[in-house]
Ligand binder design. Sequence first.
Ligand SMILES: [Zn+2]
Length: 328
Amino acid sequence: METCQYTINKKVSFAGVGLHSGKRVKLAIKPAKLNSGICFVRSDLDCKVTIPASMDRIVDTFLATTISNDDNVRISTTEHLMAALYGLGIDNAVIELDSDEVPIMDGSAGPFVRMLSKVERRQQKAGKRVIKITKEISCKNGDKEIRILPHDGLKLTCEIDFDHSLIQNQSYTIEVSPEKFIKEIASARTFGFLDEVEKLRANGLALGGSLENAIVVDSNGVLNDGGLRFTDEFVRHKVLDLLGDLALLGCPLQGHVIARKSGHAQHFELMKEIAAHPDCWEFVTLEKSDQKAVLKRVVKSRKATGNKILPFLMPTRNPVNGAVPCSA
Ligand SMILES: [Zn+2]
């Protein structure tokens, strides 16, 4: 595992469409100082509102993950972009966008990875801070189950089970590294069933949705020209969503997450359980020693109090370049 923090060497900009609003969104990813984490900035508002990409900012997990500041300024569908940043090992960046929704692009993290490959990663003079799981933590809700076990590195296992001949039971495991993320997970697209897509449209959602940005399945099969990118693209996308949500922990994770029939809500449940059980993990900084990565314990996180989750990185986060947090 890499030991140093990384940002990017220069700004990269692109545009796309919001899945639910159907609106065109302009987005820029900029370098950020060490220990600042990932921060979103709403550039369309008079007072540039900054929202840290942090689990204590999650306000909605229906269909996609949405974060918000205290004044209900929101950014939704953070997961595919966050997965791209985590998957590529980018710890610190500022994401500016002029909408309340991250553009859906082709429904995967592939376009974000391609945009980020136009710039270089820049190593920073600080070790990565990592949550290292030391004891199992699990959450169960009916037939949905998610747990995390101690593991050296980050390993993700997802299992899905749909009553559809094309999908049925699929399982996928990955030992997360930039190379494997790009090759196996980044280009797996989100998916929906035709009858559900029609219901969403009737409720004013998925207005930007099309066969260009999601796999759509009906009783006969896949409606998209060109079919699937992987025969198990559905479960690979679940892995992508899981990684993108875990990125909101605010720092990399060392453990093996096993998720069965789970979605954004269960990912968030697991993250809250992790925050609530500091006896099951250590907060460590990775340092290089004799060419080998070693773990150095720096601080034990404080306990979460009641329903309020204490962010892992916030107390020591550096302010975001040029953006002053304010209410709008
Ligand atoms: Zn997704």
